[in-house]
Design a protein around this ligand. Structure first.
Ligand SMILES: [Zn+2]
Length: 374
């Protein structure tokens, strides 16, 4: 109990402390960065890129998207890597040259109040961290030429809280963004939770955690068109269909409007035998999407009819997946709307897969897509 109180006392002593001198942005607010950012975000509001549209909306000219705020004070990848290295080194040898490097980079040194709070919580067992809240307040729109600087102060540290993730402390930092004249242009409250791993709801009661487990996210939907819908409708009926040109009989996959051989737009479908071989494959480890199991074996399967498609292979470990392996189609109904072909080893390969240790369970399919047949 004494320990808990003294930890709280130590934490509260950090409230109000600043992380260091103001950090100035590398570049002033500028139109090229705005342009790249809005394209990356898919934000097509013209006030960010067209002076005329901005003036029509009552601004003097283009403005920066408000949520781009932090972009103007980011230090860049190189300085981040150097600061991380310095921080790491300084943990082992305080006040060495690397610590100076961090300060030279205009960043909080390794012994900033923020770092000390984190280290204090680490040493008390609160080793995990998750960001929980971010509230931004804008005083005025930012325009090209503004040059921002930011200061950070520890705004609040909570007592020990019980959360779904585990017991922990919330730490709120208050960042103030000022322009080249020193005027406040925006503030941001950024809150994190430092918690003890293994103390959350999921870790407590295995039986309860099964009931409380969030439903698994649905697999991504295929982009349906009038040309490819038959493939997915067929999969719902557990049929592997191949598009066939009515003009010349050529099979093709992925589905497309016309025949590359005779230009005919007329087509129908044939049902494949489902037998094929692995023409090529990859084992996907990252990035991991919640709807899928990993490692994920994704194969380019050549059907005996001659067309190829991309699908998953189940009942196989990545170690025994091989080019040329015989496979046969099966179907998995993932939800009411989505069934997909999933291949599994066939013939001798099936025997080998069955005797291999720890076969991977049914792996998730990608939607059969862009693979040329020849
Ligand atoms: Zn044709």
């Amino acid at each position: 109990m004494t320990d808990t109180l003294s930890l709280d006392d130590k934490l509260q002593a950090f409230v109000g402390q600043t992380a260091g001198p103001a950090t100035r942005g590398r570049y002033p607010v500028n139109e090229p960065m705005i342009s790249h950012w809005v394209e990356a975000m898919g934000d097509f509001n013209p006030v960010y890129v067209e002076d005329e549209a901005a003036r029509a909306a009552g601004f003097p000219g283009v403005i920066a998207p408000p949520t781009m705020l932090q972009a103007w004070v980011m230090r860049g990848l190189r300085a981040s890597l150097e600061a991380d290295a310095a921080r790491h080194a300084a943990r082992h040898a305080a006040r060495d040259a690397a610590g100076d490097a961090a300060r030279d980079a205009g960043q909080a040194s390794a012994d900033s109040p923020s770092d000390q709070v984190m280290a204090l919580l680490d040493s008390a067992g609160f080793t995990s961290v998750v960001a929980t809240n971010c509230d931004q307040h804008y005083e005025r729109p930012l325009v090209p030429g503004d040059h921002l600087a930011v200061t950070s102060v520890i705004d609040a540290v909570s007592g020990e809280k019980k959360t779904g993730l585990g017991v922990g402390h919330f730490i709120t930092n208050r960042l103030e963004f000022r322009d080249q004249t020193g005027d406040l242009v925006a503030t941001m409250l950024f809150r994190i939770l430092k918690f003890k791993p293994g103390t959350g709801a999921a870790a407590k009661a295995p039986e309860a955690s099964v009931e409380q487990a969030a439903p698994r996210p649905l697999r991504p939907r295929p982009a349906l068109t009038q040309d490819n819908s038959f493939f997915f409708e067929g999969a719902k009926q557990h049929k592997l269909l191949i598009q066939r040109c009515v003009g010349c009989g050529t099979l093709r996959h992925p589905p497309r409007p016309s025949c590359a051989r005779c230009r005919s737009f007329e087509w129908d479908t044939v049902e494949a035998s489902g037998k094929g071989t692995i023409f090529s494959f990859v084992v996907n480890h990252y990035p991991q999407v919640p709807a899928f199991d990993y490692p994920l074996v994704v194969a380019l399967v050549e059907l005996e009819e001659g067309t190829r498609l991309i699908a998953n292979v189940s009942g196989i470990t990545p170690e025994i997946a091989a080019i040329g392996m015989a496979v046969e189609v099966g179907f998995e109904d993932f939800d009411a709307e989505l069934s997909l072909p999933v291949f599994h080893p066939a013939g001798a390969a099936a025997t080998a897969a069955a005797t291999a240790p720890a076969a991977v369970g049914p792996v998730a399919p990608t939607h059969a897509d862009e693979t040329r047949t020849n």
